[in-house]
Design a protein around this ligand. Structure first.
Ligand code: AOF
Ligand code: ZN
Length: 373
C-alpha cells in the first residue's frame, strides 16, 4: 500500500521525467527518486535516447548512501539486454546498490520487460509496490505505451472545421478557416509528434511543408512527413518532395506504378509499399505497422476528410483535436464521412475532454474513450 509520501514521490518522478521531453523519444520519459529515512538523497532522469536510465543516474549520484533506501520510479525498472538495447538492466544496479524497497507508477509494457523487472526485484528480497492507479503514468508516456501495448504508433487526429463541420468549401478552399492563433497551437501539436501525415489530395491542394514553424522546435528536430498516396502520384514539384524528400515517407499500394515509385525514390523519398483494402484504399493497419518499422511512434494526422474518416472508421486513433471556427460554409467538404453508426451508443466517444477558447475559436481536445484502460 502507498501512503501520501509515496504518492508525492511518484509525482516527483514524473516532474523529473519531463526533463527528457523531446530528447529521449522513442524511449519513455523516466524519472527516479531515492529516499533514505524520509529524505530525498538523489534524483535522476533519462536525459537522452541511448544514454543512462533514470534509476542508474540516481543510484550513481547516491553512491553507497543508497543502501537500505527506497527507490521511486514512474516506470518499472528494465530487466533485459539484447539487440538494440543500449543500457545494462536497471534491476541489476538496484539489487547491487542494496535498495530495500522499489515503488513504481506503471509496469513497463515493453514485451521484453512486462513484469519481469518487478519479479527479479522481488526474487532478490526487495519490497515492490505499484501505484494504485497507473493511469497518470501511462498518460505521461502515451506514445511509448501505445506502441508497446498496441504494437502501433500513437495516432492523433487534428482538424480545423466550420460550425457545420466542414473542412473546406465545395471547391476545396480552406484558407483560412482558423486564424494564426489556432495555427500556432497546431505547430505545437506537430512538434510533439514523430511525424505529420496527410493524404495525397491535401498534399497537392495545400502544398504544405508539415514543419514546426510557429512554435519551439523539439530537441530531436522537425517531425517527419508522411503522405498516403496509394498510386504514387505525388507531384515531384510539390514542396514536400522539393524541400523535405529525405524526411518524407510515402505510403503506396503494393501495386503502385513502378516508374512513379522509382522517380520518387530517385528524389530521396522513402517509399513504403503497403497492403490495399479493396474497398477503401490503403489498409491503415498495415500502414501503421510499416511506419512503426521506420521508428515512427506518434503521428499527427492533419487530413483531409477521407483520411480522418478512414482512421476513425478503422478505430485506429487515440486522440482528436478539433479547432472549431465561427463560420458556416453550407455545402462543402465534410471533416468526417459515414462511419456506419446507427445508434448514439455506437458514436465515437472521448474522455479527458477539454474545450479551450482561442480568440474567436473553440478548441476541442479529447482521448478515445477507454484509452488508458
Ligand atoms: C528504465 N529506465 O530510464 C528507461 C527505461 O535501449 P535502452 O537500454 O535505453 O532501453 C530502452 C528500453 O528500456 C525501453 O524500451 C523501455 O522498455 C525501457 N526504458 N527503463 O528502467 C529508464 N528509459
Ligand atoms: Zn533501465
Amino acid at each position: 500500500m502507498l501512503d501520501d509520501q509515496d504518492d508525492r514521490r511518484l509525482v516527483q518522478t514524473l516532474e523529473l521525467a519531463q526533463g527528457g521531453a523531446g530528447r529521449v523519444e522513442p524511449n519513455p520519459q523516466v524519472g527516479a527518486v531515492i529516499v533514505q529515512a524520509g529524505e530525498v538523497i538523489a534524483t535522476g532522469f533519462h536525459r537522452r535516447y541511448g544514454e543512462a536510465h533514470a534509476e542508474a543516474e540516481a543510484l550513481a549520484r547516491a553512491g553507497s548512501s543508497a543502501r537500505g533506501g527506497v527507490l521511486y520510479c514512474n516506470l518499472e525498472p528494465c530487466s533485459h539486454r539484447g539487440p538494440g538495447k543500449h543500457q545494462p538492466p536497471c534491476v541489476d544496479a538496484i539489487i547491487a546498490a542494496g535498495i530495500s524497497r522499489v515503488v513504481v507508477g506503471q509496469q513497463d509494457p515493453n514485451p521484453a520487460v512486462r513484469g519481469r523487472g518487478l519479479r527479479r526485484l522481488r526474487e532478490a528480497g526487495i519490497i515492490v509496490d505499484c501505484a494504485d492507479d497507473p493511469a497518470p503514468f501511462i498518460r505521461h508516456n502515451r506514445a511509448f505505451n501505445t506502441t508497446m501495448a498496441l504494437g502501433r504508433p500513437f495516432v492523433h487526429l487534428k482538424c480545423a472545421i466550420s460550425l457545420d463541420g466542414r473542412l473546406a468549401t465545395a471547391r476545396g478552399d480552406s484558407r483560412w478557416i482558423t486564424d494564426e492563433k489556432a495555427r500556432a497551437g497546431v505547430h505545437r501539436l506537430r512538434g510533439a509528434c514523430d511525424a505529420v501525415l496527410v493524404g495525397r489530395n491535401t498534399a497537392e491542394t495545400d502544398d504544405p511543408l508539415l514543419t514546426v514553424r510557429d512554435a519551439p522546435l523539439p530537441a530531436r528536430g522537425q517531425p517527419r512527413a508522411i503522405v498516403l498516396d496509394s498510386q504514387a502520384r505525388l507531384s515531384r514539384e510539390s514542396s514536400l518532395v522539393r524541400h523535405r524528400a529525405g524526411e518524407l515517407l510515402l505510403c503506396v499500394s503494393e501495386g503502385a506504378p513502378r516508374d512513379d515509385v522509382l522517380a520518387l525514390q530517385e528524389k530521396g523519398v522513402t517509399v513504403l509499399p503497403c497492403r490495399e483494402d479493396p474497398r477503401q484504399g490503403l489498409d491503415l493497419k498495415d500502414v501503421l505497422r510499416s511506419l512503426k518499422d521506420q521508428g515512427v511512434r506518434s503521428i499527427l494526422v492533419e487530413g483531409g476528410g477521407l483520411v480522418i474518416t478512414a482512421f476513425l472508421r478503422a478505430g485506429l486513433f487515440d486522440r482528436l483535436t478539433a479547432y472549431v471556427a465561427p463560420l458556416v460554409l453550407g455545402a462543402g467538404r465534410e471533416a468526417v464521412g459515414d462511419l456506419g453508426i446507427h445508434r448514439i451508443d455506437q458514436a465515437v466517444a472521448f474522455e479527458e475532454v477539454r474545450w479551450d477558447r482561442i480568440g474567436n475559436q473553440q478548441c476541442f481536445d479529447g482521448y478515445r474513450r477507454g484509452w488508458a484502460g
